[in-house]
Design a protein around this ligand. Structure first.
Ligand SMILES: NC(=O)c1ccc[n+]([C@@H]2O[C@H](COP(=O)([O-])OP(=O)(O)OC[C@H]3O[C@@H](n4cnc5c(N)ncnc54)[C@H](O)[C@@H]3O)[C@@H](O)[C@H]2O)c1
Length: 369
């Protein structure tokens, strides 16, 4: 297939890790006979330094026209003193999400066999396997509802609005993802969605539960559905994470649960994400930030960005075999003992490979070298 990809390297380690993901996408294109046209555009502090705007018009226009977008990270101390609305995180990330209508955020949280020791959970819990996909609603709920203060400023409110339309469209993404995962990593059990809410207290949660239940009955009876309260879900994530396959939840609960899930894997440099909307193929990025403390040193772990590229292949283009091949290459390279500094044991840090050596290793594994 032919696809037009926009690369947004951004700030800090962003350019270093995006370069490695581009290398891997080229290897995929060669092996599977695709034509990926990749163009880089400035974003974040780098764009601000260039033209005074963290999201230049030309970058936004290119993103809207792209089949999919791969982002490194934005932000850093140099731009922390800009007014809030001009800062990289707000101006670039939030504007991109709203302009592209990205209403669903997907975060896989997986413990790789070779990195089991990195999880802070007990060995016997990790041994049962952790491979979860969190699907979080991204453009509704309390973060976007009406908010305000009383005249005397001693009380405040944040309204949490949700409509059946908003709930249905993100639930559909979760059910479809559960079906797609079936037959891959979790083939041993039927596809399952755990819908997380607080329906014992909140009216929006009762609407959430009714809507998810109705959609499930009408279109996804082959997928197992369970409902769970948010407080129980937060507890089960550390007590028995193997019970989860796909977790579907609203914006604020998802914000908290996805950070909790990322921590149980033990390695921030390994975690990818996808933000999907109705229109184009979506935006893919590692969950970590621009890591200014290690920027320019060539030691950042590029695997979260490379795995984000795998999510892009799967979700934007339906290229399941290609995505599986990238994930298998990551698994094989880790199994062979290759590590960047962040995922070595403290005694092994001196033998760690560089960012580009890790990219080369994945490229070689993909090319069958
Ligand atoms: N989506 C984004 O672009 C995004 C997300 C989070 C933070 N940020 C911004 O990034 C900047 C730095 O934020 P922070 O320091 O709180 O979080 P961070 O994720 O950048 O770094 C946290 C720690 O993890 C390490 N780390 C992160 N990515 C790594 C990688 N790939 N390999 C090895 N180690 C890695 C860093 O060295 C640091 O010690 C801030 O300006 C913040 O606003 C951007």
């Amino acid at each position: 297939m032919k696809a037009n990809l926009v690369l947004l390297p951004g700030d800090g380690v962003g350019p270093e890790i995006v370069a490695e993901a581009a290398k891997v996408l080229k290897a995929v294109a060669t092996r599977f006979g695709h034509d990926f046209e990749m163009t880089e555009h400035p974003v974040g502090g780098a764009a601000h330094d260039l033209c005074g705007d963290c999201l230049p018009d030309a970058t936004l226009t290119a993103c809207k026209a792209a089949d999919a977008i791969l982002l490194g990270a934005v932000g850093g101390p140099k731009w922390d003193t800009l007014p809030p609305e001009k800062r990289p995180e707000r101006r670039a990330l939030l504007t991109l999400r709203s302009e592209l209508g990205l209403f669903a955020n997907l975060r896989p949280a997986k413990v790789w066999d070779a990195l089991k020791g990195a999880s802070p959970l007990k060995d016997e819990i990790v041994a049962r396997g952790i491979d979860i996909l969190i699907v979080r609603e991204l453009t509704g709920g309390a973060y976007f509802g009406e908010k305000g203060r009383s005249a005397d400023r001693t009380s405040a409110y944040d309204v949490t609005p949700y409509s059946t339309h908003e709930i249905e469209r993100v639930a559909r993404i979760a059910f479809d993802a559960a079906r797609r995962r079936h037959g891959r990593a979790v083939a041993s059990r039927p596809p399952k969605v755990t819908s997380v809410d607080k329906a014992n207290v909140l009216e929006t949660s009762r609407l959430w539960r009714e809507t998810v239940t109705a959609l499930h009955a009408a279109e996804y009876a082959d997928v197992e559905l369970e409902h769970m309260y948010i407080d129980n879900a937060a507890m089960q994530l550390v007590r028995d994470p193997a019970r989860f396959d796909v977790i579907l939840t609203e914006n604020m609960f998802g914000d908290i649960l996805s950070d909790e899930a990322s921590q149980i894997t033990g390695s921030i440099g390994m975690l990818p994400s996808a933000s999907l909307g109705a229109a184009q193929g979506g935006l893919y990025e590692p969950i970590h930030g621009s890591a200014p403390d290690i920027a320019g040193k060539g030691i950042a772990n590029p695997l979260a960005t490379i795995l984000s590229a795998a999510l892009m292949l799967r979700h934007a283009f339906g290229l399941a075999s290609e995505a599986d091949a990238v994930e298998q290459a990551v698994s094989d390279v880790l199994a062979s003992g290759v590590r960047t500094a962040d995922i070595t044991s403290p005694s092994g840090a001196s033998s760690a490979v560089s960012t580009s050596e890790m990219g080369d290793a994945i490229q070689a594994a993909l090319s069958g070298l």
